[in-house]
Design a protein around this ligand. Structure first.
Ligand code: BJW
Length: 239
């Protein structure tokens, strides 16, 4: 049935694992000013504030109660068992897809378990919280690592490979994303242009719904396993 699938996940897929989304009434952007904590200018102005924001999320991610849910597990099964190509692209900086067993995950907005040297751009696994003690080993003197995340105004990671996969895909699925942040919000257009089937899975209606051919309204943990079973049974997702 399908041969080349692109899956895009957003904060909604991790919500049922206990991580806050950004734009919900109790979301991260209600409690923090985007310009202060998610822009390079904000980091330049007040690095301590930004480090506190990401350190608190890092410690939340490390909490043992935060585990992959059935949606993460179903996608891991898809990446293992599908006999065509699957590109799993996530906007999330948590590692729940990896914890679920997905081996190759494209983190277009970075990964919070890594810090990045501001000089060489080399990334390092975080052994300390962001601050004076989290430094690179590639420079002399050692440089303070910045969070390996993509802030507004920065170019997301690995875009050429994503555009190429979208141009060739026959199925595109967006899961738990509000479709408000570009370039990810434009992926559905690229998939439509390629002639792919497009499906959105979300608990709520979103502004970009009209761009998708199919919608499944419901929790990711309930909808994603159903869709994965259909794909693995060589059925069309819209039927
Ligand atoms: C559930 C659920 C459940 C809940 N089951 N569903 C004007 C027009 C167009 C673009 C721009 C513009 N002005 C500026 C721009 C560009 C800008 C942008 O898009 N701004 C918009 C806000 C307008 N974009 C950028 O700057 C990007 N860079 C860029 O464009 O570079 C230029 C370039 C690109 C490519 C080629 C060449 C040049 C960078 C964007 C960086 C975004 N960074 C953040 C922070 C990352 C680090 C961190 O985590 O702190 O990424 S912002 C934040 O939003 C985070 C997320 O990944 C991203 C998307 O959020 P997401 O995942 O969609 O979460 P929510 O909360 O919005 O939605 C959750 C959804 O789940 C909801 O719909 C719920 O209903 C649903 N849900 N529970 C299913 N159980």
């Amino acid at each position: 049935m399908y041969q080349r699938i692109v899956i895009l996940t957003g904060a909604g897929i991790s919500a049922e694992s206990g991580l806050q989304t950004f734009r919900a009434a109790d979301g991260l952007w209600e409690q923090h000013n985007i310009e202060d904590v998610a822009t390079p200018e904000g980091y330049q102005r007040d690095p301590l504030l930004v480090e506190r924001f990401y350190n608190s999320r890092l410690s939340q991610f490390s909490d043992h109660s935060i585990k992959p849910n059935l949606a993460h597990l179903a996608l891991a099964k898809l990446t293992r068992e599908f006999d065509g190509q699957v590109l799993l692209v996530t906007q999330n900086i948590d590692d729940l897809h990896e914890q679920a067993g997905s081996t190759w995950v494209h983190h277009m907005h970075g990964e919070l378990h890594k810090g990045r040297c501001p000089i060489t751009q080399q990334t390092f696994a975080m052994t300390h919280p962001f601050g004076e003690h989290s430094v690179c080993t590639c420079c002399l003197p050692a440089q303070k690592l910045r969070p390996h995340v993509v802030w507004f105004g920065e170019i997301p990671i690995g875009m050429p490979a994503i555009h190429q996969a979208l141009a060739q895909c026959d199925l595109f699925i967006a899961i738990g994303t509000s479709g408000t942040v570009y370039p990810a919000a434009g992926f559905v257009d690229e998939a439509n242009f390629a002639g792919a089937q497009t499906l959105s899975i979300n608990i709520d209606a979103i502004s970009s719904d009209s761009l998708f051919q199919y919608h499944l309204k419901g929790k990711a943990s309930e909808m994603v396993p159903l869709v994965v079973d259909k794909i693995l049974a060589h059925q069309r997702v819209g039927e």
